[in-house]
Design a protein around this ligand. Structure first.
Ligand SMILES: [Zn+2]
Length: 333
């Protein structure tokens, strides 16, 4: 299989769109989430999308297949909440290894089918590592600003378990994404480095932050540039942004990062800003027109979609980016 680093020199790679948006189309109910295996589970399971890798694996494979058919080079595993910290909501901490392992296996099997058909366009699986639902650098309690709901070490261990399972299941890359707290991301990156060292392996790492407010800061208060500096000590494949904003609002932040890094730059924005109902309604054509600005300006090497994006969005995006050269990978002076 070709090295993804070499491919990035040649063309812009396309990442998939949202898994959650696609799963909504199946209208799964509580019993579908449970399947046979968890029918007597004592806690509600509806909404635990990661669990669907065990109880509805065909649906997960089908979503991956649709994104590859739309032109994605990389799909993300269905593991955004696959840590013991996030799974505690469902009392499923003990299933974390299996969830990640099976999710990676499902994605890898579909990727291999496509690579076998089109060897000139190898397909990759990125193990999705979400931010967890707890933050290490801020207090959730306004009356107790020194309180922390989770420690760096707890996060590190939780991420390590996820990373090991994703790699065992066949993930080609690891994508630390939707980073709203840089300290959480550092715990994930630390865990990845530990696993790499223990196994004596190298695995490409993608890092993707989230700008959560109009002033252009992440939730832990950093600008795009500060975010870049704080993760720059680790060798990574790419750095960029996803979620929270639509493609248009990400442009100035991508400009900053693109000008200051020698790593590849990635973007997988939402399908616009959410409407009054919290839904995303930018059409594939509208979104692709915004992505066109990225590639005309030479800002990105990897581009895809987050909340609200579908295979139709990815297809439009893939059609646009194939006409353009990738951003040059040179370390700025
Ligand atoms: Zn999103």
């Amino acid at each position: 299989m070709m090295d993804i680093k070499d491919i990035l020199q040649e063309r812009i790679l396309v990442l998939d769109g949202a898994m959650g948006t696609m799963l909504q189309r199946y209208k799964f109910e509580e019993e579908d989430f449970r399947g046979d295996r968890f029918k007597d589970w004592e806690h509600p399971l509806k909404g635990n999308n990661d669990l669907l890798s065990l109880t509805q694996p065909e649906a997960i494979a089908e979503v991956h297949r649709k994104y590859f058919e739309a032109g994605a080079d990389i799909v993300e595993t269905n593991t955004f909440s696959g840590t013991s910290i996030a799974m505690a909501d469902y009392h499923m901490q003990d299933l974390v290894y299996e969830l990640n392992y099976e999710s990676a296996k499902i994605a890898k099997k579909v990727a291999d089918e496509f690579t076998a058909k089109e060897p000139q366009k190898p397909r990759f699986v990125a193990g999705s590592i979400g931010p967890t639902n707890k933050t290490a650098s801020m207090s959730p309690d306004v009356n107790d600003p020194g309180f922390r709901a989770v420690s760096f070490d707890e996060l590190r261990l939780a991420y390590k378990e996820q990373v090991e399972a994703l790699l065992d299941g066949g993930a080609d890359l690891l994508l630390v994404e939707t980073i709203f707290d840089t300290l959480n991301a550092k715990a994930a990156l630390f865990a990845i480095e530990e696993v790499k060292e223990e196994r004596n392996i190298d695995v490409p790492i993608m890092v993707s932050g989230t700008i959560t407010d109009a002033s252009g800061r992440t939730l832990s208060g950093q600008t795009a540039e500060a975010f870049l500096i704080s993760i720059s000590h680790i060798p990574i494949l790419s750095v960029g942004f996803n979620c929270a904003l639509g493609a248009k609002q990400l442009v100035p932040h991508l400009e900053v990062v693109s000008a200051k890094t020698g790593y590849a730059v990635s973007a997988h924005p939402n399908a616009g800003l959410p409407n009054a109902f919290g839904e995303y309604d930018e059409t594939p054509e509208q979104m692709a027109a915004q992505i066109k600005e990225y590639v005309e300006k030479g800002l990105v090497n990897i581009v895809g979609g987050c909340c609200g994006t579908t295979p139709e969005h990815i297809k439009e995006i893939a059609n646009i980016v194939k006409e353009y050269q990738p951003r040059k990978l040179v370390v700025p002076a």
